[in-house]
Design a protein around this ligand. Structure first.
Ligand code: ADP
Ligand code: MG
Length: 738
């Protein structure tokens, strides 16, 4: 009997690229077509309501109930003009994905017929039956219900026949049950803190925005092959599979020409994404075979997070149309690169200044240095927490491997920026601040060419690298919600800026009382003093060397950086006193919310490993061992027949190789069997543990390592068992779309 594998491989090989209709309009014309953006607001809302909406979106003014009905009416008109019949509150529960429950617009009209209705109340608030979303016990302990409420800073959009309303998701007692609530709180915190610090340099600054430009990596596999791999289907990654003889060693995939079937998929994906207002810009092949990347132009962080969540779900739908499945798992295949989601992050002011970009004047460069150093301070103080913010059962495979950022958070600055910080640190105060005449003053901060900063000198091994006018947080996982990393980063930087301002202000007072120089000069004096202290303090986070080397691990430990690699232990950093103090102090999350979230993290970790263990156990017993044994019987028959045909001695010598294989199969299958029994036993022991925290640790320490040892045996069997018998599509078949 021929393995099903051959059939699906054959079919995959024959598939042709799908014809994609190119819209008659240009991209800039259909961009945002499916979004209730300003242009549509202007068209569909009364003038006074439009102006109120702009005030809500730009200045965080309150969205009051009186406006809600008028806005809802405009939205409904626009939606029905576009063939929409349903609406949903679209939110981001702690499960990583997005959630939606669709309701149609229709209501009884009281005269036996139906009308389509959409009131302000429905726009603003909904009560999804949310008892099955993870809440870490918040809802069961405190209040049974949760509700979703519109976040007017993210515009509503249309998918198919449904109006999607981006919402926050909170419990009735007010705790956040999603990613968006703490994200919005952290964006507020960093806005307030950074605006205050900006005022030292420019009193007209009204608002500081956090920007995010994500780069999404992903794999594609043919749908038929995917369906024939229960491990991919159920866990998102291959739990077994021997290396393909050729994979990424030739580096011929990276930036190579895009296979036609894939190009058609990308083309359609971009059209759909642009219509949804996602400003897609870049697409290319990645390092591993079948690995690709998509990156939009950066946006305000809340919107960028929504757009990433939206893109991930749109991607899955479009891929299926083209006969593909998207793999967003961080490590779908062993032995080749995994996928990440680089988070390019920066702060900018309402008058258009990128605070992480060098300026033209010494004052601007002092401000630049302040924002760079205080970002580093935040990252240094909370390096363990930042690692926790990007850690997951799936991303753990990637961190520490020789491709991704290591499991230690450090920051690469490059030569020019390092020299600037060294200059500020080393030259004494009088060198930096030269007094000229009466009120004049000159800062000796070296100039940096704006288009600098060694674009060539990029360090790919750094998890948090400065790249010219932003930092690139590269450790984020490809399937993660970017919000998790952005909450931690914006909070850490907000805290550093608040502390910075406190110390500068205190210093200004002291300096002003000692000298009777103008207050402005006292401020610069104080800023330079505090900055110099901070440059010294956060030095351990700066590392420009090879993040993959063993020496770095030892060195990082000496520097006091967090070098923990166990995922459930890393989660503990959320409950460190320093983290709780920061989140509570900034009003981002309470201790209760943090505790609840950690319960969810631990539980999710356990479940993921548990499912992998079950799938691997089943595949071992139902697929691998029977097939290997079958092949072994065939060899045994052959050995037996040799003895019929040839004299014993000759028969034995001719059967030498087969006998070795027979033995090897016997040894490997029996060791798989034993290990699967042990795996079941380890799970039983872990399952009895009451605490989610300890259970996750047990799964990490006892269950997870066995997945690898079992896999090793299976991968060896794959090499010796007749190809015609092997049931699962092999790496060489999964990984090369033609
Ligand atoms: P790479 O060379 O790392 O692939 P790209 O030039 O493709 O980088 O840009 C990656 C992302 O960084 C894009 O989304 C881009 O818009 C974004 N980006 C550029 N400048 C900034 C900035 N100042 N702040 C935040 N994101 C930025
Ligand atoms: Mg990048």
């Amino acid at each position: 009997m021929e393995a099903l594998r051959f059939q699906v491989v054959g079919e995959a090989f024959k598939k042709k690229p799908l014809e994609v209709k190119t819209p008659s309009e240009r991209p800039c014309e259909y961009f945002g077509k499916k979004v209730f953006n300003r242009e549509k607001m202007y068209k569909y809302l009364p003038k006074n309501i439009y102006e109120k909406m702009v005030n809500v979106m730009d200045n965080g003014a309150r969205f009051d109930r009186e406006m809600a009905d008028a806005v809802a009416l405009g939205i409904k008109q626009w939606a029905t003009d576009n063939g929409v019949t349903h609406y949903t509150h679209w939110f981001q529960p702690l499960t990583e994905g997005t959630a939606e429950k669709h309701d149609s617009f229709i209501e009884h009209d009281g005269k036996g017929g139906m009308v389509e209705e959409f009131s302000g109340k429905l726009l603003v608030q909904q009560e999804p039956d949310a008892s099955s979303f993870p809440s870490g016990g918040i809802r069961s302990t405190f209040e049974a219900r949760g509700y979703s409420a519109w976040d007017p800073t993210s515009p509503v959009f249309i998918i198919d026949d449904t109006l999607c309303i981006p919402t926050v998701f909170i419990s009735y007692s007010g705790e956040a049950l999603d990613y968006k609530v703490p994200l919005l709180r952290s964006l507020h915190a960093v806005n307030v803190a950074a605006t205050d610090v900006c005022h030292y340099f420019d009193p007209t600054v009204k608002k500081v925005t956090s920007n995010l430009g994500w780069e999404q990596e992903y794999f594609l596999v043919d749908e038929g092959l995917y369906a024939a791999r229960p491990d991919l289907l159920l866990t998102g990654r291959t739990l077994m599979g021997h290396d393909s003889a050729k994979n990424q060693q030739m580096d011929d995939h990276y930036f190579g020409s895009i296979p036609e079937r894939v190009a058609a998929f990308m083309k359609e994906l971009e059209i759909v994404a642009l219509e949804l207002g996602i400003p897609c810009k870049t697409r290319h092949n990645e390092v591993a075979p079948n690995q690709f990347e998509l990156a939009p132009i950066f946006e305000e962080t809340n919107l960028a997070v929504d757009h990433n969540m939206l893109l991930m779900s749109v991607m899955k739908r479009v891929a299926r149309k083209h006969g593909f499945r998207v793999l967003l798992h961080e490590k779908p295949f062993a032995g080749i690169n995994g996928s990440g989601k680089h988070n390019n992050w920066s702060l900018s002011t309402d008058n258009g200044v990128l605070l992480h970009a060098p300026g033209k004047t010494p004052e601007q460069n002092l401000r630049f240095a302040v924002f760079i150093v205080e970002t580093l301070m935040g990252v240094y103080r909370h390096n363990g927490l930042l690692k926790a913010s990007i850690m997951s059962a799936t991303n753990a495979h990637r961190l520490g491997a020789n491709e991704a950022p290591p499991a230690i958070i450090s920051s690469f600055l490059g030569k020019q920026l390092s020299e600037l910080l060294d200059h500020i640190e080393k030259s004494d105060k009088d060198n930096l601040l030269v007094m000229q005449g009466k009120q004049g003053m000159k800062l000796d901060i070296p100039e940096i060419p704006e288009l600098l900063i060694d674009n060539t000198d990029r360090n790919r091994t750094s998890p948090f690298a400065f790249t010219g006018n932003r930092f690139e947080f590269r450790a984020v996982g490809s399937e993660a919600n970017c919000a998790s990393a952005m909450i931690a980063l914006n909070s850490a930087v907000a805290e550093a800026l608040v502390e910075f301002k406190k110390r500068v202000d205190a210093r200004v007072k002291v300096i002003s009382s000692q000298f009777d120089s103008a207050e402005h000069n006292a401020t610069y004096h104080a800023i330079i003093e505090v900055l110099r202290e901070d440059i010294k303090t956060c030095k351990p986070i700066r590392f420009d060397g090879n993040g993959y080397s063993d020496e770095w691990k030892a060195e990082a430990e000496r520097r006091g950086l967090d070098v923990e690699t166990s995922c459930p232990v890393i989660f503990e950093r959320y409950l460190d006193e320093s983290s709780v103090k920061m989140f509570e102090g900034l009003g981002v999350m309470t201790r209760k919310e943090l505790e609840a979230r950690n319960e969810v993290k631990w539980e999710t970790y356990t479940k993921k490993i548990q499912i992998e263990a079950r799938v691997l156990g089943d595949l071992s017993m139902n697929h691998i061992i029977p097939v290997a044994t079958d092949y072994q019987s065939k060899l045994l028959k052959n050995v037996e027949n040799m003895r019929v045909v040839f004299p014993a001695e000759k028969a034995d010598s001719l059967s030498d190789r087969n006998i070795k294989i027979i033995e090897e199969i016997a040894n490997r299958t029996s060791s798989i069997e034993t290990m699967v029994d042990e795996l079941v036993e380890a799970r039983k022991v872990a399952n009895k543990i009451e605490s989610e925290h300890q259970k996750a640790i047990a799964y990490h320490d006892t269950v997870a390592p066995m997945l690898d040892t079992i896999r090793r045996q299976i991968d060896k069997l794959e090499l010796i068992v007749d190809d015609a018998y092997w049931p699962l599509p092999k790496y060489r078949e999964l990984l090369f779309i033609r």
